[in-house]
Design a protein around this ligand. Structure first.
Ligand SMILES: [Fe+2]
Length: 186
């Protein structure tokens, strides 16, 4: 089963710059590349996106897609294999429309990091609070290091690995449309 594919996206670097400006204006310290203690998520809501990322919002409007929110993910100092196994789901997403796909953009320090997908091999496996797992429970099925826009499944078990000494940041754009046709045809 396909978990991700490249997304043709002209001018995406300009939109990464918009997001970086947002982080800078809000005084998030992560842009200096320093390593944080913890992984983090910052949500850009409609107001933030309209104000700080007009180019990005217009690009998707022109493609008949409307954004519900942008999740900025910081992955810092994970283990390898990573222990942040998860499915992007409720409760975090419950105030937004839930689509099984997202379009991800690299923001900074993606070199040497990866996004991996897993399948459950032990039927009694349950996601734990600390996202820990053993190799008897789940098995990695694919991994991708991306430095260009990617359309990804967010409804399948996945984790991000970053063992570098810098904080990796990606943006995950969530939509009110399902994106199914872009994933299967585009
Ligand atoms: Fe995720």
């Amino acid at each position: 089963m396909r978990m991700y594919k490249e997304y043709p996206y002209n001018g995406w670097q300009d939109h990464v710059a918009e997001i970086k400006n947002f982080l800078e204006e809000k005084n998030f310290k992560y842009l200096d590349g320093s390593l944080e203690e913890e992984n983090f998520i910052i949500v850009m809501d409609h107001e933030d996106i309209n104000k700080h990322a007009p180019g990005l919002i217009n690009f998707f409007k022109d493609n008949n897609l409307s954004i519900s929110c942008i999740m900025l993910h910081g992955s810092c100092n994970t283990s390898d294999p990573p222990l942040n196994l998860h499915i992007d789901q409720i409760p975090l997403m419950e105030k937004f429309y839930y689509s099984p796909y997202a379009i991800n953009l690299p923001i900074q320090n993606v070199e040497g990091t990866y996004l991996a997908y897993y399948e459950i091999i032990d039927p009694s496996f349950e996601l734990k609070e600390d996202a820990a797992f053993t190799e008897n429970e789940v098995k990695e099925i694919t991994r991708v290091n991306y430095n260009e826009p990617l359309i990804v499944r967010i409804d399948k078990l996945h984790a991000v690995c970053n063992v570098s000494d810098k904080c990796r940041i990606t943006a995950s754009i969530r939509f009110t449309e399902s994106l199914e046709e872009y994933f299967t045809h585009a």
